[in-house]
Design a protein around this ligand. Structure first.
Ligand code: AMP
Length: 281
């Protein structure tokens, strides 16, 4: 009975800002995990890290329409609040779940003036116009509302992590903690979008991971890495019949194109059944 009661009181659901401000007032040392729902083990790893490093952990579930440059993508994005809440509750590591409505975040109705520098318009920023402007806007608003000590974000979305970190450090004391990518069967990076894939697409994603690993292993022997990656991209597209937005080796400190494997990651964005997936290794 006490055990059940403990699970019950462990996670408080905050449906609006009034309830959020009241509930968070007594606490500092707050860890924050922003999500768009479709909770999976990748999200849970961020939550576990927050639980270890902070006194209280708050998770937000907010499907931010302003960061979707493609309406179809927003419409088909996996949503299942009931299931998400069950998973979060079962984890026993979440103190608060914030489920804001659009107006809780955008109540001032002010148009965002956030822009991305020309030098940062690379990788996804080059292809998904307006996406990161939307991400920075919502992260700015969430940070202002929640005022966490630490925010936990995944390296799976490396460019997002890089841009958010650089943006928030100019305005807030909040620290961004980067968390390693959690992979599932066949080493596929876990992602809410994987819920949209059938088993043959998931198998193909596993194959792509293996090929990427192989491509990266061979990189240091190549004279012209950009040329090698362009060739590898075409070869992957032809042999697996997939569309790839980019396949690039970039430095992890500044995201500049890299000429060596040191301090670098191989970044990819590709489509399986019209679902856009990203990874880096
Ligand atoms: P999302 O709900 O997709 O916006 O993701 C919320 C947070 O979880 C972001 O910081 C992501 O980078 C992180 N995340 C998503 N997938 C993974 C994963 N496979 N491993 C680690 N972190 C992840």
């Amino acid at each position: 009975m006490f055990y059940l009661l403990n699970i019950f009181i462990q996670m408080k659901i905050l449906l609006n800002n009034t309830s959020l401000f009241e509930s968070l007032r007594p606490f500092n040392d707050l860890g924050f995990v922003p999500t768009m729902g479709g909770i999976h083990k990748g999200h849970l790893s961020l939550i576990n890290k927050s639980k270890k490093l902070c006194k209280k952990t708050i998770v937000s579930i907010f499907l931010n329409p302003k960061q979707f440059n493609n309406k179809k993508d927003l419409k088909s994005y996996p949503r299942n609040i009931k299931k998400d809440l069950q998973i979060l509750k079962k984890s026993k590591n979440v103190d608060f779940v914030y489920l804001p409505k659009f107006n809780d975040i955008y109540e001032d109705n002010k148009k965002s003036k956030i822009t991305i520098n020309k030098k940062d318009k690379i990788l996804c920023a080059k292809i998904r116009k307006g996406h990161f402007e939307g991400v920075l806007d919502v992260m700015n608003r969430l940070t202002k509302i929640i005022n966490p000590d630490k925010i936990f974000m995944g390296e799976k979305d490396f460019q997002q992590l890089y841009l958010v970190k650089n943006f928030l450090k100019k305005k807030y004391k909040t620290k961004i903690i980067s968390c390693r990518t959690i992979r599932g069967k066949n080493k596929i990076a876990l992602s809410s979008r994987n819920f949209l894939l059938n088993s043959s697409s998931l198998n193909l994603a596993g194959k792509i991971y293996k090929k990427l690993k192989n491509i990266k292993q061979k990189i240091n022997n190549k004279k012209d890495i950009s040329d090698y990656l362009m060739y590898s991209k075409k070869k992957l597209e032809m042999s697996l019949k997939i569309k790839i937005d980019y396949l690039e080796l970039r430095n992890i400190k500044n995201l500049k194109i890299s000429k060596t494997k040191n301090n670098s990651r191989l970044f990819i964005a590709y489509y399986l059944n019209n679902v856009r997936l990203i990874d880096n290794l």
